[in-house]
Design a protein around this ligand. Structure first.
Ligand code: SAM
Length: 240
């Protein structure tokens, strides 16, 4: 079933613009056919097309339901900027795995060091990648890619989470042992290719993050967030 996103859809049950062109021109859909519109806040509207003009698709809402694909917990990924275009795949695959939002982090060992203007352009592009991945994976929200922060700023934000997993290559607690029942707001913090400095590790621990291991192997910076997300989704029953 073709799936589209439109905020406040129930107040205006029609689609226009690029999505309308895609429905009419590429998918060649016609009145009587069915599609789903998600309101980006976890509600799906299953609809029947009632009219197609050249830039607008009118829809009748047949059934409404809570998006089945949203996990029971909200996971925020704080990813230290990796080199090259690795962030693209981190964003794409973490959205498929159920991440709630992604914040790029600038830490000491980040080789990629864009200035504010360059970083905000990158964030714009990453948001498009996140939106596409949300559509492809049938998500009920469009996970936000936030503006970049420093590791210091990040350490001041941790008290808004029920649990913050600081993934440390030098070892720590296993996620499966450190995730009590009913935890909702979870943070994952992943370092760049060069890892964290001892001072950064100490700062994160003092800020209340749980030093966490992802096993005895050294994972790439683009592998670690996916491993951590998978462990959290499995442990919280969101992969069945
Ligand atoms: N420079 C580090 C070294 O050689 O030990 C490796 C850093 S690793 C490529 C990038 C990030 O992935 C780390 O900072 C950490 O956040 C995460 N990571 C990689 N392997 C991990 C593991 N076994 N346990 C926890 N986190 C890990």
């Amino acid at each position: 079933m073709p799936r589209f996103f439109k905020e406040f859809f129930d107040a205006a049950p029609f689609i226009e613009g690029d999505d309308a062109h895609h429905i009419i021109r590429s998918l060649r859909m016609r009145p009587g056919e069915h599609l789903t519109v998600c309101d980006t806040h976890g509600i799906d509207y299953h609809c029947t097309i009632t009219d197609c003009s050249n830039d607008r698709v009118e829809l009748k809402i047949d059934r409404t339901e809570k998006t089945q694909s949203e996990p029971s917990c909200f996971v925020s990924l704080f990813q230290c900027l990796p080199k090259g275009d690795k962030m693209d795949s981190v964003i794409k695959q973490s959205v498929e795995l159920g991440v709630g939002e992604i914040t790029p982090v600038l830490s000491t060992n980040c080789v990629s060091r864009p200035d504010e203007k360059q970083l905000s352009k990158k964030v714009e592009r990453w948001q498009k990648i996140a939106n596409e991945a949300a559509g492809q994976s049938g998500r009920g929200i469009l996970p936000k890619v936030n503006a970049g922060v420093s590791l210091k700023q990040l350490s001041t934000e941790l008290d808004r989470f029920d649990k913050a997993f600081f993934c440390y290559e030098l070892g720590g607690a296993a996620i499966t042992d450190a995730l009590p029942e009913g935890i909702n707001k979870i943070a994952i913090i992943v370092g760049p290719e060069g890892g964290f400095t001892a001072n950064e590790a100490e700062m994160l621990e003092l800020a209340g993050a749980t030093v966490t291991t992802l096993g005895p192997r050294i994972l790439r910076t683009e592998t670690a967030p996916l491993a951590a997300l998978t462990a959290i989704m499995l442990t919280t029953g969101n992969m069945k």
